[in-house]
Design a binder for this molecule. Structure first.
Ligand SMILES: Nc1ncnc2c1ncn2[C@@H]1O[C@H](COP(=O)(O)OP(=O)(O)O)[C@@H](O)[C@H]1O
Ligand SMILES: [Mg+2]
Length: 343
């Protein structure tokens, strides 16, 4: 998959030519196994931050898109004001692909001689059907939000897709930066750049090569800025969400290892759906057994993730949907907000 991504990602460069900067909003990713409560926790956290006076952007990168349903709002790629201080959007893979295709096409056309431009367009359209193209487009949107809009917010909160997908996206800046470096170092053999470009003149080749190098340099700078941002512990952190059960514990263990290996900061986790304490004499065997099972998992989580600050969110009796329910839940997440604002 990464090989396919490598093929196409470098050409989807944003046409934004502003200098690449790394200062701006803090970034918090919520991640974990499917169904553990990532979207719920990300939304509750973002609402809590906004209610403390911060400007927050809440972004869903999960193609399953339950953020809009949870907030009961018709979210899309455009900013939607949820409440004072909180803006939300959902990255739509189809629209992200369209935008990405436009940029890939634009860039390839700059590289191709005039007589090959139609072929360049067809090539770009084919590229969009290749495996990995959707991830490339999604990643491009994330980079765009972090690098180009980070200065507008105190914090950007990402509600991510289940673990594997997110991990792959987060390791991309490193992979892509290294690859762009390699390409630049080789000064782009013309066959790498455009396989069918026979018949073009030497001067067209030379200027196309300059343009290709400029695109790649810009792309590399953005990947580096994104990588630096992701690895800056004062700026970015990843918050795993898990439930007190075996499967999500195991998946969280693998995820924390993978993220730490990538030098990404994981300093806390959220244990969601913890049963509230009740009077023991009211409980039957079923609930006693469930409670004992849960207590075992909570102990194991405390032991296995002792290096991380741990927050417990209670299992709610009713459904959690809409702003009022999320606001209530946000009151149980105060410890997460201990980081100082950067501006
Ligand atoms: N603490 C909780 N108590 C009760 N229900 C919860 C809790 N957290 C999440 N849920 C419910 O569980 C389901 C999955 O949550 P969601 O946040 O969409 O998970 P994910 O984003 O990890 O797939 C939703 O129906 C949500 O309302
Ligand atoms: Mg979700």
């Amino acid at each position: 998959m990464l090989l396919k991504l490598k093929q196409w990602l470098p050409w989807g460069v944003s046409s934004n030519s502003a200098p690449v900067t790394t200062d701006g909003a803090r970034i918090t990713f919520f991640g974990g196994k499917g169904g553990v409560g990532k979207t719920t926790c990300a939304a509750a956290y973002a609402i809590g931050q906004a209610s403390r006076g911060e400007q927050v952007l809440l972004v869903s990168t999960d193609p399953a898109h339950s953020l809009g349903d949870l907030l009961e709002l018709p979210l899309g790629m455009k900013d939607h004001t949820v409440c004072p201080g909180l803006t939300a959007l959902e990255i739509d893979p189809g629209q992200a692909m369209k935008r990405y295709l436009g940029e890939v096409q634009h860039n390839l056309q700059q590289l191709a001689s005039p007589e090959l431009r139609d072929a360049a367009t067809r090539q770009a359209q084919l590229a969009m059907q290749a495996p990995g193209a959707e991830e490339a487009a999604l990643f491009d949107e994330i980079v765009r939000l972090v690098l180009d809009r980070g200065h507008q917010f105190h914090e950007i909160v990402f509600d991510t897709a289940p673990t594997g997908h997110t991990l792959q996206l987060l390791t991309l800046p490193e992979v892509m930066g290294t690859w762009a470096d390699g390409l630049l170092a080789r000064r782009l053999e013309s066959s790498d750049r455009w396989p069918d470009r026979g018949g073009s003149s030497a001067s067209v080749e030379a200027s196309a090569e300059d343009r290709a190098a400029a695109i790649l340099r810009r792309r590399r700078d953005r990947f580096r800025a994104m990588r630096d941002c992701l690895r800056d512990p004062g700026r970015t952190r990843f918050v795993p969400v898990l439930n007190p059960d075996t499967l999500s514990r195991e998946e969280t263990g693998r995820m924390v290892t993978a993220l730490t290996r990538q030098s990404l900061t994981v300093d806390c986790l959220i244990i969601n759906r913890v049963m509230p304490p009740v009077a023991v004499e009211n409980e039957g065997d079923f609930w006693r057994q469930r409670r004992a099972t849960e207590a075992g998992h909570l102990q194991a989580i405390e032991r296995d993730f002792h290096q991380l600050q741990q927050f417990r969110l209670p299992l709610s009796a009713g459904e959690i949907q809409g702003l009022a329910a999320l606001k209530e839940l946000s009151l149980t997440l105060p410890g997460l907000v201990s980081r100082p604002a950067q501006h």
